[in-house]
Design a protein around this ligand. Structure first.
Ligand code: MRU
Length: 340
């Protein structure tokens, strides 16, 4: 199995953020240089940078860009402008709590100057890498504890790998670790309409790692379960409430209902920074609605009658009661085995 790149998905280089432009994948490996807060906001809103942990890290580095722009070392002042930029960064996408959490954390060092803000943001990248490793170790065990099969058929949704984090990823990192241990027969990858994070990005990461996989349309997942092609479903999270309701990519809720119906373990893998304990009920999570043309056209070709309106939520909420286990760097947080 080839070793995928060990580089973090984003880094600080020559006073800018450098990242892989996820809009260009899988056909083009294009590096993107973000020099200003406007660049970072655009990259996050257009999903050049995406995935809850990655947008958090981009947001934190964005605060550093702002701090260097408005509070050069030794000058004093400019803090209000940085606070305004931080608000814009945190609001770029509303659902993943990691973004506001990371922006706030970086902003908390502003009084000590831009170097301190940057040090905090880069420390968060290193932390995310360590958190990935710990979380994956716990999640591998959580899967093996629940799936007695010698070799597993896994299903995943969206992209939760190294593009979405600073290291191996969450759910996809777990899948790659299981594959590395020789435990995976095949991964079914939901294409993840409308922006195709599964087809474009997860398939790219699995191919890079040499893991056998097939892409399916999202609506084939339930059929695959009914045909016995899925032993376990693994997904990530954008926000988890105190009682364990999980907001994740649109389509996750349909998957969990199908998995529950078929008695298939459904495991969420996400860092502590995805928990929002200020909320209890998942229905209180703000769900991002995106532009209609993501649904009404494909590759810029209109696929609906002109003027057709669209319902395009980017995320949905899965109730805790349907989730088998939620795994973080600290272990299994919530395990509802009742339906098994
Ligand atoms: O809109 P996206 O591509 O940013 O959505 C990403 C997801 O829903 C992921 O599952 C989630 O952020 C976890 S990434 C480790």
């Amino acid at each position: 199995m080839s070793k995928p790149s060990d580089q973090p998905s984003l880094r600080w280089e020559d006073n800018a953020i450098v990242t892989l432009d996820q809009r260009a994948l899988p056909h083009e490996r294009r590096l993107l240089r973000l020099d200003t807060v406007d660049d970072v906001v655009t990259a996050i809103t257009t999903l050049a940078v995406r995935g809850a942990p990655s947008i958090g890290l981009a947001g934190a580095l964005g605060v550093a860009l702002s701090a260097y722009a408005h509070c050069p070392p030794g000058t004093g002042g400019g803090q209000q402008a940085v606070h305004a930029d931080a608000r814009r960064l945190a609001a770029a996408r509303p659902t993943a709590v990691n973004l506001a959490w990371a922006v706030d954390r970086a902003l908390g060092r502003l009084a000590d100057g831009p170097d301190a803000v940057l040090a905090e943001a880069t420390a968060m990248i290193d932390e995310d890498r360590a958190v990935n490793r710990q979380m994956v170790a716990h999640a591998v065990q959580a899967v093996l504890d629940r799936c007695p099969q010698r070799s597993l058929r896994l299903l995943t949704h969206c992209n939760t790998g190294r593009l979405a984090t600073a290291a191996v990823g969450t759910a996809l990192g777990t899948i790659l670790a299981l594959a590395d241990a020789g435990k995976v027969t095949e991964v079914l990858v939901d294409e993840t309409r409308p922006l195709l994070q599964g087809a474009r990005l997860t398939a790219w990461e699995l191919a890079e790692a040499g893991v056998p996989h097939r892409v399916c349309v999202d609506s084939a997942a339930a059929a695959a379960m009914s045909q016995g092609l899925v032993d376990c479903v693994l997904v990530g999270a954008d926000r988890i409430t105190a009682r364990g309701d999980v907001a994740n990519k649109i389509g996750t809720y349909a998957l969990v209902i199908a998995a529950a119906h078929h008695g298939i373990p459904f495991i969420v893998v996400a860092p502590e920074s995805s928990w929002d304990r200020s909320l209890v009920d998942g229905r209180d999570i703000v769900i991002e609605e995106r532009a209609a043309d993501e649904v009404t056209s494909y590759a810029e070709i209109l696929t609906t009658p002109r003027g057709t309106r669209a319902y395009n939520p980017a995320f949905d909420v899965t109730p805790a009661s349907l989730i088998t286990a939620i795994v973080s760097e600290h272990g299994v947080h919530h395990a509802s085995e009742a339906r098994a």
